[in-house]
Design a protein around this ligand. Structure first.
Ligand code: ADP
Ligand code: MG
Length: 348
């Protein structure tokens, strides 16, 4: 592994009280992987990153880089670099000098500096802007300078803490794809911190979803989305569509409906993704989960409609219906409808 955390804990003393920012995180990031730490504000993402970078020492546990114990090794001896949301560019220096700064400090030969800075500016698509000052650049361009500066020393891993947070939505989405491309091109391990689930799903090879200083689930984007391990993960990633109650012999009854929960008995919570649910006017046949409800809201979203359907027990379920087929039903507010889905799409 490029990076390993083993039972890492970080405690702070704040106003005489011990705060556990990270409560015991174990994870391994593969060489060349795009790995994200995803979770709400305050869950311990930044603290985890700072321990990987060496800006914080863990209270307990071990940090390894490529198998080597670096738990007490200072940041400048770790061969990892960090990029911050604030970019932290030198305002009085040109783009070129900002990127070249680290190499000059290490007394890299002139010719090599010229070659590596040139290459890096090409990768981040800033060729031709070498002489500009940071304030003469857009937010996205400044972010790319910060990235070039962090990558030009060829660190073994790059840590990025909410690096796109200051950008507006459109630019952020463009930069997400851009970052992913750059990461593939340079082949360096990226650890990316974000509280934005779409960002994490778009960019990552794997995601660690954090809550209250712990990792709730560690898996690829598809698995996190389609089989959330906990109710928290289901709710944090996308629409959770939570149904809960007492199951008997593998069936959870909701009003006149039945949710299939094979091999479960007793208290259960079930989630199903909006695009897996089929909306129909008549009660469907077959070996499906089938629940009746009333349309509470319809939102037209171009290629699909989003329906909010209220169930007998008060739960509200979101259903996405593609507008691509003539067979698509058009239900309106107040209509009685049936929701159905295959048992495999329920996560219990
Ligand atoms: P995130 O990056 O996920 O928003 P942080 O890692 O910044 O979360 O913080 C996790 C928790 O640790 C928060 O409750 C925060 O208030 C607390 N914390 C972080 N740094 C310190 C510190 N230097 N002193 C005291 N508490 C801290
Ligand atoms: Mg943070």
């Amino acid at each position: 592994s490029a990076i390993e955390l083993q039972d890492v804990v970080k405690e702070y003393v704040s106003h005489g009280e011990v705060v556990q920012a990270v409560k015991g995180v174990t994870l391994a990031v593969g060489e060349g992987e795009f790995f994200s730490l995803l979770g709400p504000s305050g869950c311990g993402k930044t603290t985890t990153m700072r321990m990987i970078a060496g800006f914080e020492e863990p209270s307990k546990g071990v940090v390894r880089l490529r198998g080597e114990d670096v738990t007490n090794v200072p940041p400048n001896k770790r061969d990892v670099n960090m990029v911050f949301q604030s970019y932290a560019l030198f305002p009085h220096m040109s783009v070129w000098d900002n990127v070249a700064f680290g190499l000059k400090q290490r007394r890299t030969p002139q010719e090599e500096i010229r070659r590596r800075v040139g290459e890096m500016l090409e990768i981040v698509d800033l060729t031709g802007r070498e002489k500009r000052r940071p304030r003469e650049l857009s937010g996205g361009q400044q972010q790319r300078v910060a990235l070039a500066r962090a990558l030009v020393n060829r660190p073994r891993a790059l840590l990025l803490d909410e690096p796109l947070g200051a950008l507006d939505l459109k630019l952020r989405q463009a930069m997400q794809l851009e970052l992913k491309r750059i990461q593939r091109e340079v082949g360096i391990t990226f650890v990316y911190v974000t509280h934005d689930q779409n960002e994490a799903l778009t960019m990552s090879d794997r995601i660690a979803v954090m809550k209250d200083g712990l990792v709730e689930q560690l898996a690829g984007p598809r698995e996190i989305y389609e089989s959330p391990a906990t109710t928290f993960v289901a709710g944090f990633i996308g629409t959770s569509n939570l149904m809960a109650g007492t199951a008997t012999a593998g069936v959870l009854r909701i009003g006149e409906g039945r949710v299939l929960v094979p091999q479960h008995d007793g208290e259960v919570s079930v989630t199903v993704r909006p695009e897996k649910i089929i909306l129909s006017v008549d009660e469907p046949d077959g070996d499906l989960s089938v629940v009746p409800g009333t349309v509470a809201e319809v939102v037209y979203l171009g290629t699909y409609n989003s329906y909010t359907v209220s169930l007998a027990d008060g739960a509200e379920i979101t259903v996405f219906q593609q507008n691509a087929h003539d067979s698509t039903i058009t239900a309106e507010r107040g209509d009685s409808v049936w929701l159905s889905w295959q048992a495999q799409h329920s996560y219990v």
